[in-house]
Design a binder for this molecule. Structure first.
Ligand code: NAP
Length: 491
């Protein structure tokens, strides 16, 4: 291990947060076979931990534990569940710095971004600690003579959660806090690149007084530990964040037991900058939308359309700002850290080569960065044709393609010409145009003159092949509940 990673580990004050076993039924479990997989620091390639790689049988046992715990957890008073979630939130805030540093070690993101993610992750736990107390819905008035009508929301049962590596804490709490507040019990599988953040959160959940079996974290290869969940009739809902490709597999595999599904899948966000927009603000916001999390964000700006009269000025300013971004190791708190794995770097290379082949111009970057094999230079491509791969597929990295447009109608058609529909960004100061364009864009979320739109109280989610259902807000909790209708005649 390099000195950087070692000293970072020394910086983690509460060493009990560094867990490498799965957490099942209130116990820390190694694989019976002794199997493990390695987690490494993407900035240096250094070894971080050998983490338990559970078998299919051990993963199925986690479902049994969650099923056994369900009646007790669902039977608590709402305020009792709320109090445990609130303690979990308090512990996350107390251990914010350690949690952020664990995340930087395994994920590579800049320290400031990791701290921000811990705050974001904790906000879901705080929000759902409150919502746990009011799983209320609007009633209906009886339409039948002498009968009373009631609607009840009830927890669906055991919920399976599968989370990605780009937001290893927030994607877990956004799902888990909602499910737990609803009265469900949870089996969760964190991405194998970044299991340490999820295990640290399990340690804090235990300290918060979460009863055994209520919140289980199962580590191991997804292809081994997830099929016992999709095939289990006990698992009544499944919530996944990750690629559309894996989302399709989970959708198919959940069909046999007709599970409720929440799928937060890929994005391919357009940024549309109209003439008359505040150009400097549009540049600054688009820079954030493109390069946060080193571009590895499903909300990341993937294609940038700029109206022709301001196109040249936007390209110049955006390229200058991109050149000024600092690339470095997450612990040194740069603007951009390493990518997660070699495949991610290969994708940047393929998208850049393809765009240049098809006539785009390289304005800056375009190569691996000297810092190490997983670092890629922040890159700007201009005059990128719509036929280029980068204008059709998610890039998930620090490459920004820019192209010009001539009319509102044209740019809406180009922005909507995708199988994805997660988020779109619009920059304009014309209120009527903002209304028309926001209506016309076929995306689950539209951000106008800004980048940050997420948070615990908003319903996050996409249309088309960006997924199903919503996370966050009261809706996010209702995804894990069934509606029961009772029609009562007193006889
Ligand atoms: P991924 O390959 O889909 O992996 C995500 C999770 O799925 C991991 O826990 C992974 O576990 C598991 N998984 C992989 N193959 C599986 C299979 N055959 N069956 C069941 N589970 C399986 O995606 P990723 O590379 O981690 O994340 C990048 C993608 O996620 C991007 O496309 C991005 O847009 C999307 N994303 C979407 C959102 C959103 O909210 N919409 C947020 C973040 C990311 P292992 O690591 O053990 O393989």
């Amino acid at each position: 291990m390099s000195e950087t990673a070692l000293s970072a580990r020394r910086d983690i004050t509460d060493k009990r947060l560094l867990r490498s076993f799965s957490y099942i039924d209130g116990k820390w479990c190694a694989a019976t076979s002794g199997a493990t997989f390695e987690v490494s620091d993407p900035a240096s390639g250094d070894f971080l931990a050998d983490v338990a790689s559970l078998s299919a049988e051990e993963s199925a046992a986690a479902v049994d534990a969650a099923q056994a715990a369900f009646a007790g957890w669902a039977g608590l008073l709402p305020q009792e569940r709320s109090a445990i979630l609130r303690r979990w939130f308090d512990l996350m805030i107390e251990h914010r710095e350690d949690l952020a540093r664990i995340m930087v070690l395994e994920q590579g993101k800049p320290l400031t971004e990791a701290r921000g993610e811990i705050d974001y992750a904790a906000a879901f736990v705080e929000y759902y600690a409150e919502e746990a107390k009011r799983p209320n819905i609007e009633g209906v008035t009886s339409h039948l003579p002498d009968a009373e009508v009631e609607l009840w929301l009830e927890p669906v049962g055991v919920v399976a959660l599968i989370t990605p590596w780009n937001f290893p804490a927030a994607m877990l709490t956004r799902k888990a806090a909602a499910a737990l507040a609803a009265g469900c019990t949870v089996v969760a599988h964190p991405a194998s690149e970044t299991p340490l953040s999820a295990l640290a959160l399990a340690e804090l959940a235990e300290r918060a007084g979460m009863p055994a079996g209520v919140f289980n974290v199962v580590t191991g290869r997804a292809s081994t530990v997830v099929p016992p969940w999709t095939s289990s009739a006990q698992v009544r809902a499944l919530s996944f964040t990750g690629s559309t490709e894996v989302g399709r597999i989970l959708y198919r595999d959940s069909a046999a037991s007709i599970k409720k599904l929440v799928l937060e899948l890929g994005g391919h966000a357009p940024v549309i900058v109209f003439k008359g927009a505040d150009l400097d603000a549009a540049v600054a916001e688009t820079l954030k939308a493109k390069f946060a999390t080193s571009g590895q964000d499903c909300l990341g700006a993937n294609r940038i359309y700029v109206e022709r009269p301001i196109y040249a000025e936007f390209c110049t300013k955006f390229t200058e700002a991109t050149r000024a971004l600092r690339v470095g190791r997450g612990m040194d708190d740069p603007d951009i850290g390493p990518l997660m794995n070699e495949n991610a770097v290969l994708k940047q290379e393929a998208h850049v080569a393809d765009a240049l082949d098809k006539g785009a111009t390289l304005a800056c970057g375009g190569k691996r960065h000297a810092l190490g094999p997983l670092f890629y230079q922040p890159t700007v491509l201009t005059d990128v044709p719509d036929t280029a791969l980068i204008m059709r597929e998610e890039t998930f990295g620090p490459v920004a393609p820019i192209t010009a447009f001539d009319s509102e109608e044209e740019v809406i058609a180009r922005a909507n010409a995708t199988e994805y529909g997660l988020v779109a960004y619009v920059h304009s100061l014309d209120p009527r145009r903002i209304y028309r364009v926001s209506r016309a864009l076929n995306f689950g979320m539209v951000a106008v003159n800004r980048t940050k739109v997420t948070g615990a109280p908003i319903p996050f989610g996409g249309t088309k092949q960006s997924g199903l259902g919503r996370e966050g807000a009261r809706l996010g909790m209702q995804e894990f509940m069934e509606l029961k209708y009772v029609c009562r005649d007193w006889g």
